[in-house]
Design a binder for this molecule. Structure first.
Ligand code: BES
Ligand code: ZN
Ligand code: ZN
Length: 506
């Protein structure tokens, strides 16, 4: 779908539908809603006066203006109370509006940004509206062969604005939203594909495509190269599968040579059966999403390059299946990691931390300014924080604060859990340097404490996205299924960080 901007008055053009908004409890109409109401002989005011529309958040009403304006329909959307309003609700309102339009089987619509939005700049407002529309319309359909022709795809959304000075603000903001939404779509697609269509080899192939389109450097380490380097915890997990493992490394150089990069590491388990410590079969199909961290990193690299952010970023995605083949890892096996530390594998289902261990060590060769890993790492994180919240643990307060700030802006909430050092004894092994699981207690924290042993002295932060990666229930602008969580958060974080370093070295 494309978003275009047109100069003029929304009441003057002929659209299939125009979307306009109202706050709850606002007796007086404002902005575009007031203009449309006047032209339609007070039709919107009547809805309010009769009590048929209150402006409650996500409430909607359709009006047929007849010949009073050239457009065929007016879709009225409720924004909730003005004092509760924020960009997250704005994304939701316009996502719901676009979804309603699609349900009406219309393929074009228009909107005006001429409505009050306290504390939200026009730039932020334009970006949130465009993101809400694009993200809310996502569908994953490549495997549907029946009734495809019945599907409606919205072709165009027109933002109407009369003031050229405002158009100059809206237009670039919409472009940014398009680049970011495109990246979120990529992450969602990578995760939505089943594991037979998204093997480590295919994931690496997709990363190559992204790299060539966006102008990123790419290197993919194969099994032989990993053997030579000694990435034995990653190779250990891969042993149970016939699919060859891949370690994907993407590099974006948007800043000077001497600028230390940020390293982003994403767990890329394209299917997690648990291995010999096999999972129960109920919901096992959801484990196609165990590469959601890797998908978020690939997508972030794409957006960062397309936005030309002045920053250096390395993306590392260790990718393999976790299967119980004849050569698979067995409980009790001991592996020598790339870092030299030995790991006793107590549970082969705690495979994410094994592949991340070697990826974290590999990141050190770039002498990164910070390392952030993102992974669908523990079921325990879902128990602790539920489906919507990212668990965060790390060694660097300023890094954690920056991620928290970014997450508040993008509506991808993070919550910090303590990296409680005393729990390190829970992962002490009798026969090796460390074991890969602790007790059931504090499973998310012991997983992070395990990773910390491989982060070295670099400022490091770990994000556990086991909950929000794959949604069982849709959210206002995130359809059910793969959410693409982390992409907007990382892009916001990198944008903010590049702005700060730019200020330091003008
Ligand atoms: N990929 C899973 C974690 C997971 C569970 C993600 C549910 C999304 C939804 C991970 O590899 C795993 O199996 N973790 C184990 C760790 C345990 C063996 C210590 C878990 O959480 O049960
Ligand atoms: Zn597992
Ligand atoms: Zn896993």
């Amino acid at each position: 779908m494309k978003i275009t901007i047109k100069k003029g008055n929304i009441a003057d053009f002929n659209f299939e539908a125009v979307v306009t908004v109202l706050f709850e409890g606002n007796k007086k109409l404002e902005g575009a809603s007031l203009i449309l109401d006047k032209r339609c002989g007070g039709a919107i005011n009547d809805l309010l006066a009769y009590g048929d529309f209150e402006g409650k958040l996500f409430q909607s009403a359709l009006l047929y203006p007849k010949e009073s304006i050239p457009s065929k329909r007016i879709l009225l959307m409720g924004m909730g109370k003005k004092e509760d309003f924020d960009t997250e609700k704005l994304r939701g309102v316009f996502s719901k509006a676009a979804q309603k339009i699609r349900e009406l089987r219309i393929d074009t619509f228009a909107l005006s940004l001429d409505f009050d939005s306290p504390d939200i700049s026009l730039e932020e407002k334009s970006k949130a509206v465009a993101e809400g529309i694009l993200l809310g319309l996502y569908r994953f359909t490549p495997f549907k062969t029946i009734d495809k022709e019945k599907e409606v795809t919205i072709k165009e959304c027109t933002i109407v604005e009369n003031d050229p000075a405002l158009i100059d603000i809206i237009s670039p903001a919409v472009q940014v939203a398009e680049i970011i939404s495109d990246a979120v779509y990529l992450a969602r697609d990578l995760v939505s594909n089943p594991s037979n269509a998204m093997t480590p080899t295919i994931l690496a192939e997709k990363a190559r495509e992204v790299a060539s389109q966006a102008g990123l450097e790419i290197e993919v380490l194969d099994r032989d190269k990993m053997k030579e380097l000694g990435m034995n915890t990653l190779l250990g997990v891969a042993r149970g599968s016939k699919e060859p493992p891949q370690c994907i490394i993407l590099q974006y150089n948007g800043a000077g040579k001497n600028d230390k990069p940020v390293a982003l590491i994403g767990k890329g388990i394209t299917f997690d059966s648990g291995g010999i410590s096999i999972k129960p079969s109920a919901k096992m199909e959801e484990m196609k999403s165990d590469m959601a961290g890797g998908a978020a990193v690939i997508a972030t690299m794409k957006a960062t390059a397309n936005l030309k952010l002045p920053i250096n970023v390395i993306g590392i995605i260790p990718a393999t299946e976790n299967l119980p083949g004849g050569n698979a890892l067995k409980p009790g096996d001991i592996l020598k990691s790339l870092s030299g530390q030995t790991v006793e594998v107590i549970n082969t289902d705690a495979e994410g931390r094994l592949i991340l261990a070697d990826a974290l060590t590999y990141a050190h060769r770039y002498e990164p300014a910070a390392i952030i890993d993102i992974a669908t790492l523990t079921g325990a994180c879902i128990i602790a924080l539920g489906d919507n919240i990212i668990g965060m643990m790390g060694t660097d307060a300023s890094l954690k604060n920056s991620l928290k700030d970014a997450s508040e802006k993008t509506g991808e909430p993070v919550w910090e859990l303590p990296l409680w050092h005393e729990y390190e004894e829970l992962i002490q092994s009798d026969t090796a340097d460390v074991k890969n699981v602790g007790d059931r207690a504090a499973g998310t924290i012991t997983a992070a404490l395990f990773l910390k042993k491989f982060a070295g002295d670099y400022p490091w932060c770990h994000l556990d996205i086991a909950g929000p990666a794959l949604l069982a229930k849709e959210r206002p602008y995130i359809p059910k299924g793969a959410s693409g969580v982390g992409v907007r958060l990382f892009v916001q974080f990198l944008k903010e960080r590049s702005r700060k370093t730019d200020e330091k070295n003008p």
